[in-house]
Design a protein around this ligand. Structure first.
Ligand code: AKB
Length: 321
């Protein structure tokens, strides 16, 4: 039976992935950890412990004591925050990954590792429309550089030590459970909260900035599908492209306005606009579809309906038409 360790269970992906994995593998088999307390559902649905992935001694002790067989390492400093403290972000993003890879290499029981990469691995010299799996990669953000280096390390551990590391280049993720923190695509979560709370939003990206975005249930399904895929079918051991939808702030504004007619938006692009302009506008994920059957269920319309309904419930506000 699998025994799964989640690092970063209080975060945007971790809080939802933990619950999904507990449904699949049983609550007692999924050990949630973070450096801060997660939300009530993660806390109450199975084991949780405070654990800092940077503390390699406690990490290896935890993995051995709980007979862990799979590790999901989801903790990272995202693109916007990383630009404010580049050296610290590099240190945290790289050293945490190296700690995980080393533990997985040393402890025989650990059979699989999941680590998230990002569309941030691409840069201004990459083709921005329908960005292929294999292409020019010259990221200009410290976050992107750390993700690209991380991908190379994952592939190295696979080739050299036969470690089964799997990874996805996530686009911007949109969710209502736990808000994102410090990313360039965070606007796409903030806009929904602000629409429900205030009926207006001041966007830090310009109106026609297209980026690949994905609704969290599709991202969780993709993650589980990749981790359960037949290893013999996987041709990529760095990270797989994941596309989702190519969407601008103007598109989301128009969709929200259908349900909140007076919703107004203003645009005050900041330093994150410069980051967004170096990232793809849309992604070719045909290799993921071929190797492990990646598909999506949600489009902008169905996602917006759920986002507005769930946020209204959560905030106890009824602003919808
Ligand atoms: C960010 O905006 O930094 C992240 C990402 C695309 O990896 N959401």
């Amino acid at each position: 039976m699998e025994r799964i360790l989640i690092i970063g269970a209080a975060g945007q992906i971790g809080s939802e992935l933990t619950l999904e994995l507990r449904k699949i593998y049983g609550s007692d088999h999924v050990f949630a950890t973070d450096i801060k307390d997660p939300g009530r559902e993660v806390m109450e649905s199975g084991p949780f412990q405070l654990l800092d992935v940077m503390d390699d001694k406690r990490l290896i002790h935890f993995v051995i004591r709980h007979k862990i067989t799979q590790i999901y390492h989801l903790a990272a400093v995202l693109s916007g925050n990383a630009e404010k403290l580049p050296i610290q972000a590099w240190h945290i993003n790289m050293n945490s990954l190296m700690n995980i890879l080393e533990v997985a290499k040393m402890v025989d029981e650990v059979k699989k590792v999941f680590w998230p990469s990002s569309i941030a691995v691409f840069g201004p010299t990459t083709p921005r429309i329908n960005t292929p799996q294999l292409t020019v990669m010259e990221p200009t953000t410290v976050y992107g550089v750390s993700k690209l280096a991380g991908e190379r390390w994952c592939e190295y551990y696979h080739r050299k030590y036969n470690l089964d590391v799997r990874s996805i280049r996530y686009p911007g993720l949109i969710s209502y459970e736990t808000e994102a923190g410090g990313g360039t695509t965070d606007y796409a979560v903030e806009i929904y909260y602000s629409a429900v709370k205030n009926g207006s939003y001041d966007c830090f990206l310009a109106e026609n900035t297209a980026l690949p975005l994905l609704f969290m249930p599709d991202a969780i399904k993709a993650t589980v599908d990749l981790m359960e895929a037949d290893p013999d079918k996987l041709s990529v051991h760095s990270a797989y492209n994941l596309g989702g939808m190519s969407i601008t702030p103007k598109d989301i504004h128009a969709e929200i306005s259908k349900q909140i007619p007076g919703f107004s938006i203003s645009y005050s692009p900041d330093f994150r606009q410069t980051i967004a302009e170096t990232w793809p506008q849309s992604i070719d994920d045909s290799v993921s579809a071929r190797d492990w059957g990646c598909t999506y269920q949600y489009d902008l319309e169905s996602m917006t309906e759920i986002m507005l309904e769930e946020i209204s419930k959560k905030l106890n506000l009824n602003t919808l038409r």
